[in-house]
Design a binder for this molecule. Sequence first.
Ligand code: ATP
Length: 338
Amino acid sequence: MTASALQIEDLRIEARLADDTLVLVDGLDLELAPGEIVGVVGESGSGKTTLVRSLIGLLDKNVTVARGAVRVGGEQVLAPGRDTTASVRGGAIGTVFQDASRSLNPVLKVRAQLRELLKAHKRGISKGEAEERMRTVLRRMQIDDPERVLGSYPHQLSGGQRQRVAIALAVVSEPQIVLADECTTALDVTTQAEVVALFRELVAELGVALVFVTHDLLLAADLCDRVVVMYGGQAAEIGPTRRVLLDPRHPYSAGLLAAVPSWSADGPIRGIEGSAPRVTGAFTGCRFADRCPRATEECRAAAIPWSGGGERDGYRCIHPLSPATAPGASPGGPPVTV
Ligand SMILES: Nc1ncnc2c1ncn2[C@@H]1O[C@H](COP(=O)(O)OP(=O)(O)OP(=O)(O)O)[C@@H](O)[C@H]1O
């Protein structure tokens, strides 16, 4: 059996406020094999960015890991009171953010930025080897004039080139895992498609595990092997992309799909009414209950257990859509109302 690239076990992340504790991520279990692409989707505020930031040691000062653990390549890097994620950031874990300017240093030329990472994470690499590696990685990003780009400051590059350089920075140290947080959102559709194609190639060629965070369900459908649908800090549903899209079991997943225009081409587009709850430490029951037409008192009474086929394919709902009534009953057709 292949060792996991990334293992997240029962992760709970809390934020301390002056008068309360907010739960930002709760009970998250996720395992990624090398070469696997997992999409993390969900509305704004569902905890996607908090999850990504926890993996690279960039949580805000008032935010801590309250329970669970994270392992990278089998080694524990995050647990309550323990955070050694800085040792994997830029090395075993590469990150690409939405805004390339967050990944790039505006006052350093691209060469200096790539070289800095190689020096930090590939100890003993010679100057010549580093030059060769930088050119190769830029060519892999389909930059055909690597010499010019290496000698440029970020502001001298186009938006698409900047995002390619940001991806080059994420992969130059040959990471086991790449975290991409909304990294195509700010790009035009053509560049977005090119960047997605790049990720696909990178995963196939380098065997990295890719966590692809996006609002865009169709983009996730196009790229990802599996998706995690997050809501209120929890995984509402996890499963192979095709299964989740064609046969969602959690009413929230079905609601998200019904809100995608091209998915609902033959039927009415419906947003999900209401907004996500503020989850404090005292919160009980299903986080989606107040917005869910299937909710009963039972949903509000106690924590909802995980059901289905285990961590890799399941949902957190006691009144799931049955396969017969879910959109998968008519693949490609409009989702039913939830
Ligand atoms: N330091 C903090 N203190 C208190 N609450 C926080 C803190 N950081 C994030 N939050 C809250 O945690 C929740 C999850 O935020 P997060 O940014 O992870 O969501 P998201 O799914 O990535 O949203 P988006 O897609 O808009 O980036 C939000 O309600 C946010 O306001």
